[in-house]
Ligand binder design. Sequence first.
Ligand code: AP5
Length: 225
Amino acid sequence: MSATVGAARLVFLGPPGAGKGTQAKILEDRYGVRQISTGDILRANVAAGTPLGAKAKSFMDAGDLVPDDVIIGMMEGELGTLQSFVLDGFPRTVAQAEALDLMLARLGLPLTAVVLFDASRPALIERLTGRWTNPRSGRTYHSVLNPPQVSGVDDEDGGPLVQRKDDTHEVVVDRLSTYDQKTAPLVDYYAKTGLLLRLDGLASIDDVTNALLAGLDARPGSVAR
Ligand code: AP5
């Protein structure tokens, strides 16, 4: 498969743990499509003690969404002149989706696909409570489902793996409920645009990647042509 990058401008949608970050990282590593993860940006700000991090922390710790105005202001600075990107974790409310439409219209860079990773609740809880993350690269592993070659160490850059503070059972349940209330309505929002590509997030990582590439290949946002 060629590693040439087409102009893929993607939104990855789906509940916590459905595999958005895993697949976004694969597209970035293989095809150079830039992953923009709002969760990673927010966690970096919390770790650095910035004013943005201070605003976001209590919401993230509770499994709730950071307020729309904070997120929309942050994302306006992120998109810039990028021709290809995966938005991983944004938008998460209808207000954020409407703001994204305006931003992209101003830039003249319409979305090429919105990918929905479908997955059932018990599997998501298992995935998140067993997840290990490299906070520097955002790459994720799972103690059972996708273990690193050496426990606690990133295969790619040797960095230490940590468990996210919001991956406890209690906070995961709250995050799933937040998704149902505030983010799930975006499925209808994007279904109306004809951009929605639905994938089974419970398939193996390789099978999800293959289905993703096959689905994108049929659209203008192909990454592998
Ligand atoms: P964020 O960091 O975006 O978390 P999330 O949406 O809850 O998503 P996750 O990163 O938990 O899951 P994922 O789908 O990426 O799964 P992954 O690929 O890692 O957001 C965190 C917080 O920030 C939010 O709660 C909120 O407070 C705030 N925030 C962020 N964006 C915001 C916004 N736009 N507005 C307001 N607030 C915002 O996979 C999970 C595990 O499963 C891993 O261990 C992985 O190895 C494993 N796995 C993945 N795929 C497979 C597979 N196919 N088979 C087996 N194992 C798999």
